[in-house]
Design a protein around this ligand. Structure first.
Ligand SMILES: *Cc1c(COP(=O)(O)O)cnc(C)c1O
Length: 231
């Protein structure tokens, strides 16, 4: 598996997509999605210029993140967060949790943070595709949801995340990302206290170039770096 070459190719594609959109490629964070990958494989990626890694299951992250010998800059949690896993996740010190979509979970997270004198940066996951299988709140609910979360003072909302629709129809995929960007701008304009619209986390292996053209500044890539996943 030529990991280093895969990573180079992705960086080239990021450059091309950013240039096309008149953006600085350095503004786009490449988050390597390491779910299902072994510690050894993750370490190989880290020694090839990967600095940011993402996991989607707390248990799996617990089994790997503390044992990595290669240094990483940031660990992000990108999966659905169950409230009974909050304590375990927080011990791993995620830089960013991408996937808050329930008030009750955010509230429990806030209680943990207050008890431990911590704060936590999070993104709000929005279901832009309308697919029932996907997590996230609806675009219509997002502004009021964020207004409710902003009362949880130790939870710091830093932006929005979405998983684009699963289809080969490029226009439908692009519409998901355009809609998330519109929401991002709308929420920014609302100037909600304790809420900063800084990150737009969108784009995966099959659609990251479109996401970059539409404003993504975090892309989450697994397959294109590591190959197909064996569950
Ligand atoms: C698995 C996963 C990714 C990466 O998907 P690839 O298609 O392998 O790049 C990105 N985001 C989330 C939330 C994921 O669960």
């Amino acid at each position: 598996m030529a990991l280093s070459r895969n990573i180079e190719i992705i960086r080239e594609k990021i450059n091309i997509a950013a240039t096309k959109a008149n953006r600085n490629p350095n503004d786009i964070k490449l988050l390597a999605v390491t779910k299902t990958r072994s510690i050894e494989t993750i370490e190989e990626a880290l020694s090839n210029n990967i600095e940011f890694i993402g996991e989607n299951k707390v248990q799996e992250a617990e089994d790997k993140i503390p044992h990595l010998k290669e240094k990483f800059k940031e660990f992000h949690f990108i999966g659905h967060l169950q409230s009974n896993k909050i304590n375990k996740l927080m011990k791993l010190k995620p830089t960013l949790i991408h996937s808050i979509d329930k008030y009750s979970t955010a509230n429990k997270l806030n209680n943990y943070l207050i008890q431990n004198s911590l704060t936590q940066d999070v993104l709000i996951e929005v279901n832009t595709s309308g697919e029932e299988s996907k997590f996230g709140i609806t675009p219509d609910e997002t502004l009021s949801f964020i207004k409710s979360i902003n009362k949880l003072e130790n939870v710091k909302v830093k932006g929005l995340m979405t998983v684009g629709i699963f289809t080969s129809n490029e226009k439908l995929v692009r519409d998901c990302f355009i809609n998330l960007r519109k929401l991002f701008i709308e929420i920014k304009a609302a100037e909600i206290p304790n809420v900063e619209m800084k990150y737009l986390s969108m784009g995966m292996t099959n659609d990251f170039e479109i996401a970059i053209e539409e404003g993504a500044n975090i892309i989450r890539i697994g397959t294109a770096i590591f190959g197909a996943r064996n569950y």
